[in-house]
Design a protein around this ligand. Structure first.
Ligand SMILES: Nc1ncnc2c1ncn2[C@@H]1O[C@H](COP(=O)(O)OP(=O)(O)OP(=O)(O)O)[C@@H](O)[C@H]1O
Ligand SMILES: [Zn+2]
Length: 695
């Protein structure tokens, strides 16, 4: 007799199919198994889902159900807990289970037939050696782990208690609050060692791919011989599948990855560490807009394993959880070796004599300081959060500016390949020789990016070896690693870069860090902008003086027009706690997160009117519900870059005093939004972003 099964498939979002679908099978198939099923005229991958059929599906006659086509039974099923994690993520971020479940699997896995999978697994069997070879490129002699600092020892003693508690209840999430260079990584390493020695798998999350190589090297060195894999978007599809399988089969004991790795299948998970937990890149920005940090906390509770969230500048959400006792705060208040944090110097740009229309990127005192470091044979890091040569090209005759024809933004001038490039839609053209409007020969760059800064530094400091690291210089695979290597090996005197180089790296020779123009974030309409800026500057400062010998001489320069700003005052003292206190007080009085819960409804259309009409209709519908009583639905507004690739983008903010009330409204709202989309023909796309990061 044939059996009825639920199967999660990746149905397109607009189809409104949100629950797993029912299929028939001759034999029982274990929940969590990967299968091939028909959907419409296509055949796709699906996952047999645990739990009973939905009401609608259960009402279907067996004769109306289609059969499962194949079972990929060479693969052990995904665990029940993995399915629970996916189900939670889907429900919390308002997506279908099938979409989340399938989109977090390695893309190649969704393409394979049972035979192809078997062949792939056979190949993997032949390569257990390779797994270790990858983990440690050269079998270096294993160094002795350092003696723990007293602070580290205290933190680990507390962690040990948690790790040792038998797994009936989930231990509280740990917020590891440690200043830059305080040895947080060593804490992850020791905690990992503990979990590994108990036969458990360990998951370590990092915010960006560019941070994985160094951390990977540190783990590989410490755990030589322990199979380790990485999971991030820069892997080839074949690597990603291979690594995912190693984790799923329990062969890889350590998994290091970016946000997508939070969904790795880890049958023996024993510990999760989230490094730089405050980092915005933990939030996925399309599809299911999940926060990997928040899901890591959820997953740890589900699996009753410890989770460590580490940061020198925790997110205010996590900080508040620690204040209320939901998270356990463990602190590393000092740098390793007792080194001081760099002295912060706010340079007041108002004191420079102003020439008409010209602002200097590099103040003479900063240049002098850079020269001094150069002469002492020390490295400096100069950062500016804007790549390219200049953000705008401008004609002084007629006022023409290098606007993007498709976006409400300027195209950026890239000197190296002489292009004008839009950083929003990618539209790129050769730089015009003359003004396209009036023919004037004299079109000039306005403002500056890293490319120009590199040029100016090289000109101002002859003989200095200046190198630049940003998204433009690291496009090719392997270039970032080799560039960072050159910095580590002292082949660079001055490193110019975007925020890419300001976080996480353990630079040993940098003694001066300078932020060229960080002011703009002070006046952003996004309430999280100050929090992000403060974290960025603290992180950047943390790159200086990491060698205790040099710490006392190290400096962090900030060139600013607003040296009296409270944010900079807190930075002067490296006082995250004071900064967090004042921000939290502001948030509380304004009713902003973490004191309220937000969702954004976004809409895109060819015209702003069409997007507006959809959002307004959605708002009217929701406001009529009793469930919306305590919620605030704000009027739709254009996004900060209103038009991208000829699409007008608007958003509408929903604010709720509780998570529960927000979730209840969203649940009622979703089917209506699907229906409204069908009525509003002009609308291209809509999406809900729960706990949005950028407002
Ligand atoms: N107990 C120890 N004894 C000696 N050196 C240590 C010890 N713990 C860590 N270190 C070294 O101190 C340096 C800083 O440590 P680590 O990179 O772990 O700091 P961190 O807190 O993660 O810093 P950041 O937040 O800035 O990334 C590293 O080079 C590390 O090898
Ligand atoms: Zn554009």
């Amino acid at each position: 007799m044939s059996q009825r099964l639920r199967v999660a498939v990746e149905a397109p979002q607009h189809s409104g199919l949100s629950a797993p679908l029912d299929y028939l099978s001759e034999q029982p198939i274990a929940p969590g198994s990967l299968v091939r099923v028909p959907l419409g005229r296509r055949e796709l991958a699906g996952i047999v889902w645990p739990g009973p059929s939905e009401e609608g599906a259960a009402a279907l006659d067996e004769a109306q159900l289609r059969p499962v086509l194949a079972v990929l039974d060479a693969l052990p099923p995904l665990s029940k807990r993995w399915c629970e994690l996916v189900e939670f993520a889907a429900s919390y971020y308002q997506r279908s289970i099938g979409e989340v479940a399938l989109s977090v699997l390695p893309p190649q896995l969704r393409e394979l037939s049972p035979e192809q999978l078997q062949a792939r697994l056979k190949k993997l069997d032949k390569k257990p050696k390779k797994l270790q070879a990858e983990a440690s490129p050269e079998p270096a002699p294993r160094p002795e782990p350092p003696t723990l600092s007293p602070d580290q020892a205290l933190v680990l003693a507390r962690l040990d208690e948690l790790l040792l508690t038998p797994g009936d209840t989930a231990p509280p999430p740990v917020l590891l609050y440690g200043v830059t260079g305080s040895g947080k990584t060593e804490v992850y390493l020791r905690a990992a060692e503990h979990a590994l020695s108990q036969g458990r798998q360990v998951l370590v999350l990092v915010p960006e791919i560019n941070l994985t190589p160094q951390l990977e090297a540190r783990f590989a060195e410490r755990f030589a011989g322990t199979p380790m894999v990485s999971l991030h978007s820069a892997l080839t599809p074949a690597q990603r599948l291979g690594n995912w399988l190693q984790a799923h089969l329990g062969r890889a004991r350590l998994v290091l990855g970016t946000r997508l790795a939070v969904f790795a299948s880890l049958p023996e998970l024993g510990l999760i560490a989230v490094d730089e937990e405050h980092d915005p890149s933990y939030k996925q920005q399309d599809g299911a807009r999940y926060s990997a940090r928040d899901l890591a906390v959820y997953r740890a509770r589900l699996e009753k394993v410890p989770v460590i969230l580490g940061s020198a500048t925790p997110s205010l959400e996590s900080w508040q959880h620690a204040n209320t006792g939901r998270y356990l705060r463990l602190a590393l208040p000092g740098r390793i070796g007792g080194g001081a944090l760099p002295r912060v110097r706010l340079f007041d740009m108002n004191t420079l004599p102003r020439r008409k229309g010209v602002s200097t990127a590099l103040s003479p005192p900063l240049l002098a300081a850079l020269r001094q470091r150069l002469e002492a044979g020390e490295q400096s890091l100069v950062f500016l959060n804007r790549r390219g040569y200049a953000p705008v090209l401008h004609c002084a005759e007629c006022g023409w500016k290098s606007e993007c024809p498709h976006c409400s933004a300027y195209r950026v001038f890239h000197k190296a390949d002489r292009t004008l490039r839009c950083h929003h839609c990618g539209f790129s053209q050769r730089v015009p020789h003359e003004c396209p409007d009036c023919g004037n020969q004299d079109v000039a760059p306005l403002g500056r990016g890293t490319e120009q800064l590199e040029e100016q530094l090289a000109a101002a400091l002859p003989g200095a070896r200046v190198a630049r690291i940003d998204a433009d210089t690291t496009r090719l695979k392997g270039t970032l690693e080799s560039q960072l290597q050159a910095v580590h090996e002292g082949e660079v005197d001055i490193l110019v870069g975007t925020q890419m180089v300001t976080k996480g790296h353990d630079f040993r020779r940098i003694t001066l860090v300078a932020a060229i123009n960080p002011d703009s974030a002070l006046f952003s309409s996004d309430f999280r902008a100050p929090e992000r800026l403060f974290a960025l500057l603290m992180q950047a400062a943390g790159r200086a003086g990491r060698d205790a010998e040099q710490a006392a001489r190290s400096e962090m320069w900030v060139q600013t027009w607003h040296p009296e700003h409270a944010l900079y005052r807190a930075l002067l003292q490296h006082d995250f706690e004071a900064f967090a206190r004042s921000q939290l007080a502001e948030r509380e009085s304004a009713g902003l997160p973490p004191y309220s819960h937000l969702a954004l409804l976004r809409a895109e259309a060819r015209t702003a009117e069409a997007a507006q009409a959809f959002l307004s209709a959605a708002a009217r519908w929701a406001q009529a519900l009793p469930e919306a009583r305590d919620l605030m639905i704000y009027p739709p507004v254009p996004m900060s870059v209103a038009r991208v690739a000829n699409m007008e983008r608007l958003q509408m903010l929903v604010e709720s005093p509780t998570r529960g009330a927000l979730q209840r409204l969203l649940w009622l709202w979703m089917p209506e939004l699907h229906a409204l989309k069908r009525e509003h023909r002009g609308l291209q796309r809509w999406a809900v972003d729960v706990d949005p990061l950028a407002i």
